[in-house]
Design a protein around this ligand. Structure first.
Ligand code: NAG
Ligand code: NAG
Ligand code: NAG
Ligand code: NAG
Ligand code: NAG
Ligand code: NAG
Ligand code: NAG
Ligand code: NAG
Length: 390
């Protein structure tokens, strides 16, 4: 009776709650697994498991969906930092599989190199002005493969924040051939070519940006029917988003061509004083950005939506949404492009916003969860990272 069987299957599917997992890190030393259930569009976000791991200041999580491993950077600011790996089999409780010493001040990491792009990890160290690399897997005896230490003469225009080079992020180009690191202190995007077979990095000329820009976080998109690569950078100090065309000659280093710097507030409306763009992510034909407002000023922390011109890669502002907490340090969009998880640092919460078929964000979160202790404005405490487990 095939018709009865298929209707039974259809009924049970319609009635089933679906479940997705996320990982989140907290500066107090915890790494969480969260589960988000969706039962007929009623969502529920819960802590599925929690471990104490990743050193003194867990700051950033990268998920390798192929190997089901999580890599966690530690922002510990004196003595010795660390890099940890966890196994996420079943997406539930994490198990520590490796931990080793790393330079202090790790704020971001990314996987690169090897046959499947996950042979090595590169780490940006804000406080110690370094980028380090390690061969995977991480074991207790892993040593860095390379450590690049940056220096500069004097200060940048922003004296408080540009006292020294401060790599804030590491990102791999869409072709997998180059590693790039926005350096907030030294106003440049540092660039290396990747040797896929041994993970070694060879420095290319940096892409220099105007003084005081303070690049923090970057992502890429490919437009014009696959023929144009565009890099988007969240510039924390200038509070702008830059759009840059990147071309990759057959051999040699990438070439950067600035297209525009955008004030992330609509119609050139003055941003609240103390606004700092935090992150940029692309999903479908949209870019999403978060802005944090220094709490000594008044104003709302926000998530902005932009459409990406599919020929040029340039941005058009759509609208602004509340981030449902204070200081949105981190956000992550699921693969289906239907849910955006924003992690508010100071209030230590995750808010899940729905993304509709035309890329628009829901005005209210579909789920919300507080995690661990709340932080204090402008301190390295509270929630540090949230990422979908997919
Ligand atoms: C949640 O489940 C409903 C059906 O119960 C479905 O229509 C909706 O697309 C799901 N939401 C997401 C984000 O997948
Ligand atoms: C989510 O995690 C909680 C805590 O472990 C558990 O009670 C609940 O059943 C989980 N939900 C799903 C759908 O796995
Ligand atoms: C990568 O490293 C290997 C081993 O050291 C070397 O033989 C090869 O020439 C390097 N490749 C590039 C593109 O530099
Ligand atoms: C990587 O390059 C360094 C020099 O920068 C060299 O000493 C080292 O042997 C290389 N590593 C591998 C795995 O080839
Ligand atoms: C886009 O590229 C595909 C494959 O190369 C090609 O078939 C298609 O005609 C192109 N579309 C446009 C609008 O150029
Ligand atoms: C914002 O200001 C820039 C530079 O002054 C200008 O080129 C641009 O057209 C303005 N955008 C809007 C939406 O007003
Ligand atoms: C902050 O957001 C709330 C709710 O969206 C709104 O009512 C309020 O006007 C906003 N405040 C500022 C200063 O933008
Ligand atoms: C999608 O969301 C946007 C922003 O909230 C809204 O303007 C738009 O009408 C929505 N579109 C659909 C198809 O619901």
């Amino acid at each position: 009776m095939p018709s009865l069987l298929s209707s039974t299957v259809a009924l049970s599917l319609a009635g089933a709650a679906s479940c997705e997992y996320l990982f989140a890190s907290h500066y107090s030393g915890q790494v969480y697994t969260l589960n988000l259930t969706n039962s007929s569009s009623h969502y529920s976000l819960a802590v599925s498991s929690v471990i104490t791991a990743c050193g003194g200041l867990p700051s950033w999580l990268t998920y390798d969906a192929t190997a089901k491993n999580v890599y966690c950077s530690d922002e510990t600011m004196s003595g010795t930092g660390s890099i940890s790996s966890f196994s996420a089999n079943g997406n539930d409780a994490l198990t520590v599989t490796g931990k080793t010493n790393a330079p202090i001040g790790g704020v971001a990491n990314v996987l690169y190199g090897g046959a499947t792009g996950d042979g090595y990890v590169a780490i940006a160290h804000y406080q110690s002005s370094k980028v380090s690399t390690f061969r995977l897997p991480i074991t207790s005896s892993s040593q860095p493969q390379q450590v690049f230490t940056f220096t500069m003469n004097g200060h940048g225009p922003n004296y408080g924040r540009q006292d020294a080079p401060h790599p804030h992020h590491v990102v791999v180009s869409p072709n997998g051939q180059f590693l790039m690191s926005p350096d907030l202190g030294a106003d440049q995007i540092r660039v290396w070519s990747i040797n896929q077979s041994n993970g070694n990095l060879t420095a290319c000329p940096s892409y220099m940006v105007p003084g005081g820009t303070g690049p923090r976080h970057a992502t890429f998109d490919t437009v014009s029917n696959g023929s144009r690569v565009v890099m988007y950078v969240a510039n924390e100090l200038a509070n702008s988003i830059s759009v840059t065309r990147v071309t990759f000659p057959g051999s040699g280093c990438p070439i950067f061509q600035p297209l525009e710097y955008i004030n992330p507030f609509p119609n050139n409306k003055t941003a609240p004083s103390g606004s700092k763009v935090a992150e940029v992510h692309v999903s479908g034909t949209h870019l999403y950005s978060t802005t944090r407002v220094d709490k000594t000023f008044s104003g709302n922390d926000s998530v902005a939506t932009w459409t990406i011109d599919q020929t040029s890669g340039m941005l058009n502002f759509v609208d602004l949404h509340d981030s449902w907490g204070t200081y949105p340090r981190t956000f992550s969009i699921n693969k289906a492009g239907t849910l955006l998880a924003v992690g508010d640092q100071t209030t230590a919460n995750v808010a899940i916003l729905a993304i509709n078929a035309t890329g628009g964000l829901s005005s209210n979160p579909v789920a919300y969860l507080r995690l661990g202790s709340a932080g204090y404005p402008e301190n390295e405490d509270g929630l540090s990272s949230v990422v979908w487990a997919e």
